[in-house]
Design a binder for this molecule. Structure first.
Ligand code: HEC
Length: 158
């Protein structure tokens, strides 16, 4: 995720030591992607969001390439209330919770402070007491996972 760091495993490459690892290209360009002496790729916290193709080369002590490969890193933007959560709650919880008398999930602080109650209610069995959305279709697993991930990532507003 954007704002976090992730690294690949150290590759296992055979050849006459010392072996040198290098990045030969990153498309589109991204200076936050680096490689260390053991060939481990890292995407740093300053990375933009996007999909990046990283080509790497390992060379033996004579400078002869012994390994080339390309890796794809997908760096996604953090989940935010404004971009992801408000539209979901607006579409699934209206009209009751979007200005209709119940807690208003369009208000960031209200949703943020009630995230545990929201997660609890949308994971109840359809038809059981307190199931949300009341009289509606259950949220999909993807939608529930999005709410959980929003919480994991710190309930960002924007
Ligand atoms: C058809 C109207 C309706 C819809 C749609 C609906 N709710 Fe509710 N909701 C209610 C009512 C009425 C209550 C109060 C009774 C209760 O607590 O079960 C309530 C209560 C709640 C509560 C507990 C009280 C509170 O304000 O914290 C939560 C949490 C909740 N709803 C979440 C949701 C979520 C999330 C959605 C959308 C996925 C949703 N509801 C959709 C009518 C609705």
């Amino acid at each position: 995720m954007q704002g976090g760091t992730t690294s690949s495993n150290n590759p296992s490459v055979q050849g006459t030591q010392p072996i040198t690892f290098e990045i030969t290209s990153v498309t589109p360009a991204n200076s936050a992607i680096t490689i260390n002496a053991q060939g481990r790729l890292t995407v740093g916290t300053t990375s933009a969001a996007g999909t990046f193709k990283v080509s790497v080369r390992a060379s033996n002590s004579a400078g002869t390439p012994i390994f080339t490969d390309a890796f794809t890193f997908v760096v996604r933007a953090p989940i935010t209330f404004n971009a992801n959560i408000q539209p979901l709650l607006q579409s699934k919880c209206s009209p009751c919770h979007t200005g209709g008398g119940q807690s208003n999930w369009n208000v960031y602080n209200t949703s943020k402070n009630s995230i545990d109650a929201i997660l609890n209610r949308v994971q109840r069995t359809q038809g059981s007491t307190g199931f949300m959305p009341q009289n509606g279709q259950p949220l999909t697993q993807t939608e529930i996972a999005l709410l959980q991930q929003w919480k994991t990532e710190g309930l960002k507003e924007q």
